[in-house]
Design a protein around this ligand. Structure first.
Ligand code: BG6
Length: 505
């Protein structure tokens, strides 16, 4: 077992004393879909590879297509073979029972309930219902499970729902979904996944801040000038046209991933690293978010849509020429936003959040820009301005912590040089637990730390909904700028680019 796996293993053993690999049955709704094949099965394989999957764990794969289990497995095998090593695949596939049905139909869950009881064979196993289905099906699926009594827990038998984003499409629909889920399931049973929280480098933000004494004294309005949070992508809308055109970048990236990164940068230290305490602190950040002034929106919000261009030397079509997108679509594929937090730590410090598709490169990072030195004593220098220190938390492609400091230029009395001190996160571990495996494991052991709580979801929607409504009005106060695919996106009012590393102040 690798060092990292053994750490996870000891977390697990601590969470469930006497039970190193928790016994759970996993029901995957949407088992023939992309998410199951790309993320869920590989995550299970990663757990299996690290001996973290109980031999008693069974998988119920639910799909609408009527199929026998052996036919489902036969179809699944070639889709998984390229990503899952053979021994893990042979371990996983025999655990699967396929159920062909529409789980949102009245009465459908009764069949599932009977199957799970048979699988339990008088024992108690945690039950996990993974909603890998379109978000429009969440409410009816939860209702069917609830009506069939599948939300009820017994001693030693926890029941958990795993729900992928988007959690609603505005404040009202998020509340409505929540109302249905909570009618049958308690908040402790609902695990709202944000796959950004599954990334080791994202989790590392809290370790960097709160496991070191070095940064925290500087982590405030006194020393930090601004913070840029960037999630730039070079990919376009791909095969998700239908979903994306309804969502746009604000719902797809801001309501969840960008807000999560913001909270990790800005939150106060919780008194202990326990799920509810960590989540309380994240929610407090959202409570401090200042509403964007709708009458001056363009100063704080830039929206864009990619036109035709070139990515890595290849011509690519513009957004409205993509298959499945209407030629007159006004869905933004790029957004830059300046937000402020009204609290003592951050008052007056701008947070620039920027995300877009079909930009020059894929880069995800947080850049902490410290203030300038109060005065330069190197005034004889040709360039008396001393660049400010920056701390870069690289999430993709470089998984790193980079501290930029100023040093004396060789041979010169007065010239400063910016030097980078790097910690390469990826290099510190050769064999990593798959990101999704970590969140799946947390769900199995019932640790909610990395998941969204409903109050935070609603607070983020409260912030974004007025903006979305305003952008949707016919007058459209925020212009939609075209940017060529492969560029850095539209101009922003402030010099804080989508790529903090290329930034030239
Ligand atoms: C998803 C969005 O949640 O995150 C996608 O729906 C986006 O549109 C993706 O491409 C980005 O994730 P990552 O991990 O590649 O940065």
């Amino acid at each position: 077992m690798t060092e990292q796996a053994s750490d996870v293993f000891s977390d697990l053993a601590q969470a469930m004393p006497g039970s190193p690999a928790v016994s759970a049955h996993l029901v995957i709704f949407g088992a023939t879909g992309d998410l199951a094949v790309r993320k869920i099965y590989p995550a299970l394989a990663s757990l299996c590879h690290n001996s973290l999957l109980s031999p008693a764990m069974r998988i119920v794969a639910v799909g609408r297509t009527p199929l026998a289990t052996h036919a489902y497995v036969q179809n699944l095998r070639p889709r998984l073979e390229p990503t899952i090593p053979a021994p893990c695949l042979e371990n996983l596939l025999p655990r699967i029972t396929y159920l062909g049905m529409d789980p949102t139909e009245p009465g459908a869950a009764a069949e599932l309930s009977t199957l799970l009881d048979t699988m339990d064979a008088g024992q108690t196993h945690t039950r996990i219902f993974y909603f890998a289905v379109p978000p429009t099906a969440y409410a009816s699926l939860a209702m069917r499970l609830g009506e069939a009594g599948l939300g009820r827990e017994k001693p030693g038998q926890a029941v958990r729902l795993v729900v992928e984003k988007p959690f609603g499409r505005d404040l009202a629909s998020a509340k409505e979904l929540d109302w249905v889920l909570h009618h049958f399931f308690s908040e402790e049973q609902i695990f709202r996944i944000d796959h950004y929280m599954a990334k080791e480098t994202v989790q590392n933000v809290l370790f960097l801040r709160f496991a070191n004494v070095l940064f925290e004294p500087l982590w405030n309005r006194r020393y930090i000038d601004h913070i840029s949070i960037t999630a730039a992508e070079s990919l376009g809308v791909g095969r998700r046209a239908e979903f994306y055109d309804q969502a746009g970048v604000l719902r797809d990236m801001f309501q969840n991933h960008m807000m999560m990164l913001l909270a990790l940068c800005a939150m106060e230290p919780p008194s202990s690293f326990e799920a509810e305490l960590v989540r309380d602190e994240r929610s407090k950040v959202y409570r401090a978010l200042r509403s964007l002034d709708i009458s001056h929106l363009p100063e704080n919000l830039v929206l864009g849509q990619y036109g035709p261009g070139t990515i890595q030397g290849q011509p690519v079509p513009g957004y409205t020429q993509e298959p499945g997108i209407a030629p007159d679509s006004t869905t933004p594929t790029f957004a830059w936003m300046r937000v402020f937090l009204d609290n003592w730590r951050w008052h007056g410090v701008p947070f620039y959040m920027c995300s877009g598709k079909r930009l020059a490169e894929k880069r995800t990072e947080i850049a902490i820009h410290f203030k300038d030195v109060p005065i330069s004593m190197f005034h004889q220098s040709k360039d008396p301005h001393i660049p400010a220190n920056r701390l870069i938390l690289g999430i993709y492609p470089d998984e790193l912590v980079r501290l930029e400091i100023q040093t004396k230029g060789h041979g010169s009395h007065t010239i400063t040089h910016t030097q980078a001190m790097d910690f390469m996160y990826g290099a510190s571990s050769t064999d990593r637990i798959d990101d999704y495996a970590k969140v799946l494991l947390d769900c199995i052991i019932g640790d909610q730390t990395l998941f969204w709580r409903q109050d935070a979801v609603e607070l983020c929607w409260s912030f974004l909904t007025p903006i979305l409504e305003h952008c949707n009005c016919p007058e459209h106060a925020v212009p939609l700028h075209q940017y060529p695919a492969g560029s850095l996106g539209p101009e922003r009012p402030v010099k804080s680019t989508a790529f903090a590393n290329c930034e030239k102040e």
